[in-house]
Design a protein around this ligand. Structure first.
Ligand SMILES: [Zn+2]
Ligand SMILES: [Zn+2]
Length: 366
């Protein structure tokens, strides 16, 4: 019964045909529900976890890799979605970088699902969520009964996850970047996934310095599907990067009405002409590559699937809140906001910094 939906989707594809020639074609989009991947099929699901990132790869041999898990509050939702996807164990859990919108939901996953191996950048990072994450790794169960292996990964690592399906770590590389706008973002684990008929690039939240590192290392960035970096922020994507990747399909993992104004108008403009999916509009985005080597895409919501029209989203009126006594600025939902009488409002962190304010760590968690 559960495959009927996909059979229907397949029928739609056959009807509606597909695009380019030399590369594997991309299917017309259709609606689906989350369900286990059939054997022999590579399935990549970009999970809607609100403002954050999460993607589950199910390899043709049934092995699984979860890249990021959204915020802590998304943990239960994420576990439920993994159950719908038939996940009983995870072979690899990848924490692209220690920001809460990437690792938060992984804590509940580690408590609930047996995990063989956890990948991390292994760079010291002070935050309660990262501390809880590391504790959850130490206390998690591996399918074999022991504890998951905690692995600090660097570029050069490759994994033959299934026959002819390879995962390659493109970043970070030693020495880790320091002194950038956000070192955790720029040192994100960047992965490429190559399978017969298609390739995917997972970029975490890398920004300009992270991209330059990839160019300097002559990393192979060309990919059919791009997980757009940093939730579509302007610093996550530029023309030079897109020229290297040449994606046919792009995914922005982003929460509706988020406080950062992601995705940025500029990013959406740059992606014109690329088939674009967004978790805030399309829900969960399911991609499959089977033996016919055709990339099938279906989503759990059909809102404006496939649209590359930029959705005008006004920037939040007050992006950060400063304390005029301490000259520190905070995200508007920071748990330790200054007293109302000490608050100064700025339209952006740049504006606050130009006025001589420095960030409180609550602003870090993007
Ligand atoms: Zn981040
Ligand atoms: Zn992020």
């Amino acid at each position: 019964m559960r495959y009927l939906g996909w059979l229907f989707a397949l029928w739609l594809l056959v009807l509606h045909g597909c695009a380019p020639s030399s590369q594997s074609p991309v299917s017309a989009e259709s609606r689906t529900v989350l369900q286990p991947a059939p054997r022999g099929v590579l399935q990549v699901v970009f999970l809607d976890v609100g403002q954050g990132d999460s993607a589950l790869i199910t390899f043709p041999n049934g092995k699984t890799m979860l890249i990021d898990g959204g915020e802590v509050e998304q943990g239960r939702v994420l576990v439920r979605k993994l159950q719908q996807l038939g996940v009983r164990r995870l072979d690899w859990v990848v924490a692209s970088h220690p920001h809460s919108d990437h690792i938060g939901g992984l804590i509940e996953v580690l408590r609930t699902v047996p995990v063989s191996e956890v990948w991390d950048i292994g760079s010291p990072y002070e935050s309660p969520v990262y501390r809880d994450f590391l504790r959850a790794v130490r206390q998690a169960r591996a399918p074999s009964g022991g504890r998951p292996k905690f692995r600090v990964v660097r570029s050069g690592l490759t994994l033959e996850a299934a026959p002819n399906v390879r995962v390659s770590v493109l970043a970070p590389r030693e020495p880790l970047l320091q002194g950038t706008r956000s070192d955790p973002n720029n040192n994100s684990i960047v992965l490429r996934l190559d399978a017969p008929g298609g390739s995917f690039l997972f970029t975490g939240d890398i920004e300009r310095e992270g991209r330059q590192r990839l160019y300097a290392a002559r990393a192979n960035l060309r990919a059919d599907v791009l997980k757009v970096s940093h939730h579509g922020a302007a610093n996550g994507t530029d023309r030079a990067f897109l020229n290297r990747v040449q994606p046919r399909v792009a995914v922005i993992s982003v929460g509706a009405g988020n406080r950062y104004g992601h995705p940025h108008r500029e990013t959406l403009a740059l992606l014109r002409g690329v088939r674009l999916y967004r978790t805030d509009l399309n829900g969960d985005i399911v991609m499959r590559l089977g033996s016919e080597r055709k990339l099938q895409i279906a989503t759990t919501r059909t809102a404006t699937a496939g649209s590359t029209r930029p959705v005008a989203r006004p920037a939040p009126a007050f992006a950060v809140i400063g304390n005029h006594r301490s000259k520190v600025y905070h995200a508007p939902d920071c748990p330790s906001l200054p007293k109302p009488e000490n608050q100064v409002r700025f339209r952006s962190s740049q504006e606050a910094e130009a006025a001589g304010y420095r960030p409180h760590t609550c602003v870090e968690g993007e």
